[in-house]
Design a protein around this ligand. Structure first.
Ligand SMILES: CC(=O)N[C@H]1[C@@H](OP(=O)(O)OP(=O)(O)OC[C@H]2O[C@@H](n3ccc(=O)[nH]c3=O)[C@H](O)[C@@H]2O)O[C@H](CO)[C@@H](O)[C@@H]1O[C@H](C)C(=O)N[C@@H](C)C(=O)N[C@H](CCC(=O)O)C(=O)O
Ligand SMILES: Nc1ncnc2c1ncn2[C@@H]1O[C@H](COP(=O)(O)OP(=O)(O)OP(=O)(O)O)[C@@H](O)[C@H]1O
Length: 511
């Protein structure tokens, strides 16, 4: 894979454990001599195997992991965990542990291998369609400002203290997650923030982890290719609010889905809203929005209030910040202490989330990770409130993902921006032109007299967008965010939208 180096963080000094202990502890079936077999790690990916690992050969959507067992053993795997179908494909002398559903057993086994139940950090988990990464970065920043050595796992990056690596999945597979937690323990991490995707909940990626506090941001149209209906998507997310998964929760009730989470949660939750007409334990009242910051008051039902200024644009970012603050409050921090830390200036930065890439003098250009209708709406409304002139939206819809949101993304862009440039965004194995056609259909139906331009590839499209604007205007390039690649025809190639936008600005004569 060119251009990206997703790295899996593991403990640097894993303590070997005799595999016989694992078999005893979980009463596992194995038909081999376990004497002297010691394990130091576990992975589901043959290309990630290190000597001393258990290779978990899982059945996948495309292949069975057992097909790669020979490669895993060659790299030094000392045992295999698999299902009966996988076991039938193996020809090896190493111990083979057979379980009916290896994916469902992976979290517990990985927790045992990496001993992640020993000295766990405070654990915070965030779910929802949009705002997980933003909330997670803000919460990690606050924890660092409060003096903690922190860890982070998001779509964008994983952090262990000062170490930063690029993520592959939003929520790592369970084997990778427990390796990451063990690495955090080695580094003295005392508090960690993890994004929890619906896919992670459904695919056992967070098994073996119990969060101190979890949060729900919102639910809106996305991932219907995976879940079929919003109700099914909601049910998956709700699982985070059960005692097996978490102690306490914070729920944003700006959406009716949030109200449902609060009603159906099986753990104690506190609620927050930015809608003055909704009832909640906490209210967010925004009183100033500028091109560089948002200020709001966070008021509790007991009347206590704090004033907060965040260095991010928009109501949705204020809500994310309020959720981050309340997660700390739910964990036992005094809200005044958190407010004091914020007053000194938040340290958090948000990679590729309404990130300004332009300098002074010319148009404002922002790159954003939004790739769903609601994210478009929130971001465009926020930028409209701080833009004097025209607002131009540049975006594409991703391939091999929910096709039903494409026309809707086009419609929202055309309704809320003054001009729309439709381009490509990770077409993956789909035909880029036909994805654009689906987006354009929605955009043209809603645009009236507004310009709707088709431009491909992205290098041309950003220049087409800049040709429409001048000082006082804004361009929002939604989709790529902080990504350092684009996926065309199923192959990743290096591409950094921020760099391309800066280059195009420079060519147009603006710094
Ligand atoms: C639908 C889904 O989640 N698929 C994940 C799944 O793939 P799969 O079942 O197709 O696996 P497969 O390719 O058939 O391979 C089977 C097994 O063989 C192993 N293998 C495969 C090849 C090889 O050379 N060696 C090897 O060992 C694989 O590790 C796997 O265990 O297992 C793979 C290994 O971990 C994941 O990379 C893959 O995520 C794909 C890339 C993906 O795009 N997932 C998305 C939908 C996802 O999970 N997204 C959410 C966030 C969504 C959001 O909020 O926007 C996330 O948490 O990232
Ligand atoms: N509370 C919110 N409500 C709606 N949109 C939001 C909210 N917070 C952030 N966004 C927007 O949603 C998009 C994605 O933001 P972010 O990466 O924080 O969400 P995410 O849940 O991590 O997304 P993903 O699951 O795709 O990784 C961006 O356009 C961002 O500006």
């Amino acid at each position: 894979m060119a251009g990206v180096t997703p790295r899996i963080l593991r403990p640097e000094h894993p303590a070997p454990r005799p595999i016989a202990g694992l078999v005893d502890e979980f009463d596992l079936q194995v038909d081999a001599d376990l004497d002297g077999v010691e394990v130091t790690g576990i992975t589901i990916d043959s290309s990630d195997v290190q000597p001393g690992d258990i290779f978990a050969a899982l059945p996948g959507a495309h292949r069975h992991g057992a097909e790669f067992a020979a490669a895993a053993l060659e790299r030094g795997a000392v045992a295999v965990v698999t299902d009966p179908a996988g076991a039938a494909m193996l020809d090896t002398d190493v111990p083979v542990i057979v379980v009916d559903e290896p994916r469902a057993a992976l979290g517990e086994i990985a927790a045992w291998v990496y001993r992640t139940d020993e000295q766990p950090p405070k654990l915070f988990g965030i779910t929802g369609t949009n705002g997980k990464t933003s909330t997670a970065f803000m919460l990690e920043g606050l924890l660092a400002d409060l003096g903690f050595v922190t860890g982070l796992s998001t779509t964008a990056e994983r952090h262990v203290g000062d170490l930063v690596v690029t993520s592959k999945l939003t929520t790592p597979e369970a084997s990778e997650l427990h390796a990451l937690l063990a690495r955090m323990r080695e580094a003295g991490v005392r508090a960690a923030v993890l994004e929890v995707s619906a896919q992670a909940l459904e695919r056992h990626r967070i098994d073996g982890v119990v969060f101190d506090v979890v949060a729900f941001t919102n639910l809106s149209h996305d991932h219907l290719d995976d879940y079929g209906s919003m109700d099914a998507y909601f049910d998956v997310k709700l699982e985070l609010f059960t005692p097996d998964r978490a102690e306490r929760g914070v729920v944003c009730v700006d959406t009716d889905w949030g109200v449902k989470v609060a009603e159906r949660s099986r753990i104690p939750v506190t609620t927050v809203t930015s809608d003055p007409d909704r009832s909640a334990d906490w209210h967010v009242d925004i009183w100033e929005e500028t091109a560089v910051s948002t200020s709001f008051t966070l008021t509790g039902i007991d009347g206590g209030a704090i004033e907060v200024q965040i260095p991010f644009i928009g109501r949705h970012m204020a809500v994310d910040a309020a959720i981050a603050i309340l997660m700390l409050v739910e964990d036992g921090f005094e809200i005044e202490g958190v407010a004091e830390v914020i007053d000194r200036g938040m340290r958090a930065t948000l990679p590729g989330r309404i990130e300004r890439v332009s300098g002074d003098g010319g148009p404002s250009v922002f790159v954003d990770y939004g790739h769903s209708p609601d994210a478009f709406a929130q971001t465009l409304q926020a930028l409209r409130r701080v833009t004097e002139g025209r607002l131009v939206m540049l975006f594409g819809a991703d391939g091999d993902r929910d096709t039903t949101k494409r026309a809707e993304m086009g419609r929202i862009a055309a309704e809320l921006a003054d001009a729309v440039v439709v381009t490509d965004f990770n077409p993956r194995t789909e035909d880029a032109a036909s994805i654009r056609a689906q987006v354009l259909e929605g955009a043209r139906a809603a645009a009236g007299d507004k310009p709707v331009i088709e431009s491909s590839p992205e290098e041309d499209a950003i220049r087409a967008a800049l040709a429409l604007v001048g000082p006082g205007d804004t361009v929002l390039w939604a989709g790529p965010g902080d990504a350092d690649y684009r996926d065309v025809a199923g192959r990743r190639e290096p591409f950094v939208a921020r760099d391309e936008a800066r280059l195009a600005l420079h060519e147009a004569g603006w710094n």
